[in-house]
Design a protein around this ligand. Sequence first.
Ligand code: F6P
Length: 545
Amino acid sequence: MSNRQIAKRYRCWPALMAARGHWDNLSLLDSFRRDPQRGQTYSLQAAGLFLDYSKNHLHPEALLQLFAAAREADLPRAISRLLGGEPVNNTEKRPALHTALRFQGEPDNEKEKVVGETLAKMTAFVNAVNGGSWKGFGGNAITDVVNIGIGGSDLGPRMVAEALSVSGHGQKNVNVHFVANVDGADLSDTLVNLPPATTLFIVASKSFSTLETRENAYSARRWILAGGCPESELHKHFVATSSNVAAAQTFGIAADNIFPMWDWVGGRYSLWSAIGLPIALALGMDGFNALRAGANAMDRHFASAPLEANMPVILALITFWYSHFWGAQSQAVLPYAQRLGRLPAYLQQLDMESLGKCVTRAGEAVDYQTGLVLWGTEGTNGQHSFHQLLHQGTRLVPVDFIACRQPMSELDGQHQHLLACCISQSQALLAGKSLSEAQAELRVQGLSETQIDELAAHKVIPGNRPSNTLVLPELSPAALGALIALYEHKVFCLATLWDINAFDQWGVELGKQLGGAVHQALQSGQYPEIWDSSTTQLVEMFKQS
Ligand code: F6P
């Protein structure tokens, strides 16, 4: 990538290149030695979260120029356009008002009013299901709720419900399950032990046209009918969240059972809407509202903090810095919390579906890198898997470590071990191990000088590798809400810096279009001659007729 456009877009580009040069002969560890207060200087708090970003290659000049880049990109105006409901999703001519979904207090405008009405409808539903007054076809209270949805209609609700429902915040009245994949194994494995008479399905689909959700919903319908439910009582077993009310009704969902969605909320930003029903069922409405309140606290910080003290802005600038000046191709998110194990998968859609773009907002092809590959898993499991590459591999991978102060289980003695692992991983990335340290270690172990010569180089750990550490006071709905909103806003800042639209996803359409044609070919055995020989070979292999 030539980077010509982006270098031209930013007057501060040469100064940023010069700031990068500052680190040519200086390691991160040196910078900590030079400045004993570095940890404190490069830390901040927002919405109850603490961010230590000191283990990054930042210094006053680099930061000065990065904030200059943010100003040159007109980030403050972009933020107010986003929060003010302007059509920031320019290809679909829509605002992206997920922040309106977490308004607090009395509704202030039309959008907040409809959100308030939906919250009231959700409250009535959650109380009925969790309170046992919503009965299945046999007259018994619902025991199990299955959310059928994919992408934004699955990942967020699933991640939050899993993170919070067993950590003392859950209601535990009904069991909440999730089905996403069109692979029938997902649905059938979920339903195998569920009682049709007391199982309720939520069909979650903003468009109500998504292949996976449609197929699973029809299979669920057949399953419940086969389980003895009369057609006339199907309404006791199906509700939907969608902006396509007509399609939901055509499927057979009763009008009263449809929760609204709006075109001004993107799928991957929708867990705060009725798409979050599984969260509300798992946590109760109080928990769901605490999640919204936590996100709202981060929204207020994002809206009002100066760039230099704005947590989402800082995170975005750090990614921008490593992407353009350090060659980073991917970023790892490592939550040291078992129950946040699904956070990386959720963030993959949020970040990569938003930032995986190759044209500017005006439709001009970019000549610079945009979204990075995001990956990760829960700590400490990753330490015994891919951390080797983080420590000794050849690629630079900036890491976000996430930790919670309070233990997340009654085995609180183990929490100190968990935290020690988290802190020491960032320390190891920073400090590494020099050749002389490796040699000294081997000498202490009693190895001969020949053995030391053979082994020492393998034990060297380069260090000087960057990370952020984010600390939640506890794994609570409010803290998780703030954390999710932090990443949502970080993504928006990066999109602004790269001049791309964070709110469309045209790239996924082609696969959907071709998928329909291939499915037809598999069924009929017929396909156009112009198809490539790999595709036709595979169609031949799998065709039904
Ligand atoms: O895969 C693309 C996508 O459109 C996502 O953006 C979205 O979250 C997902 O499909 C599901 O869409 P829907 O809620 O309309 O079924």
